[in-house]
Write a protein that binds this ligand. Structure first.
Ligand SMILES: [Zn+2]
Length: 236
């Protein structure tokens, strides 16, 4: 019998998190590109916004502008990165209560792992990208290799859709919560049971009639998620 003080069981909850601008308080990818390429990255960002190129092609073109060793891009990405408000507590609580948590990002694995270590966050499953030499030998120039478990869709392109990971992780009867901020998270939002959105994803959800919670503080999101996962019992 459940009581108000019973621990919450989140073992049927799968939480899929975007990284840049979702786990972090702002988008550090574009700040890194600005630092290393000046305004050159903007042309690709604008083309992606107009739907002329996919988000995957956008990040690949931006990385293609980098002429320094890749560690400079990783450092530019990770050194200044800060967590969104309440994220540490949110993650600890989810894992303590048995939820499965995955970070699914077109961003760079090494930068994400660096922030995880610095903030002493508990481990989660990570599906991200690698910066690799375009010629396969030595860079620059660099290109982006997404995690092989990403899927394909007409919008994201081959090997660039985050739903590939979601479908692989989702178990029968799971409730899937998706947290995101951009166009690369829209396909995830379409398949989620609960969506937490900020930034451009809020407008995309509205355009497609996808219900979402506005993500501002992770402590609030945790309360909303826990509420949703707690069976409603009549109080005596
Ligand atoms: Zn997609």
């Amino acid at each position: 019998m459940s009581s108000p003080t019973a621990p919450t069981d989140l073992s049927r909850l799968l939480v899929v998190l975007d990284y840049d601008g979702t786990v972090t308080d702002r988008e550090y990818n574009v700040l890194a590109f600005q630092k290393l390429t000046g305004d050159a990255w903007r042309v690709f960002e604008d083309a992606a916004r107009r739907g002329e190129i996919s988000h995957a092609e956008c990040i690949d073109r931006e990385v293609g502008l980098i002429t320094t060793p890749k560690q400079e891009l990783i450092a530019a990405n990770a050194d200044d990165a800060r967590l969104a408000r309440g994220f540490s507590e949110f993650l600890e609580a989810l894992l303590t209560d048995g939820a499965r948590v995955a970070v699914v990002s077109a961003g760079f694995r090494e930068a994400i792992e660096q922030l995880w270590r610095r903030e002493k966050l508990p481990p989660v499953e990570l599906f991200a990208s690698e910066i690799v030499p375009r010629d396969g030998v030595a860079g620059p120039p660099w290109t982006v290799a997404f995690d092989r478990r990403f899927g394909a869709c007409p919008t994201c392109g081959p090997g660039a859709c985050k739903t590939g990971v979601l479908r692989r992780l989702r178990g029968t009867g799971d409730t899937v919560a998706v947290f995101g901020d951009g166009v690369a998270d829209l396909c995830l939002a379409r398949e989620a049971d609960i969506v937490f959105a900020r930034g451009a994803l809020t407008e995309l959800c509205e355009r497609e009639g996808i219900a979402y919670h506005r993500l501002s503080d992770y402590r609030r999101a945790l309360a909303q998620l826990t509420d949703r996962m707690t069976p409603q019992t009549a109080t005596p």
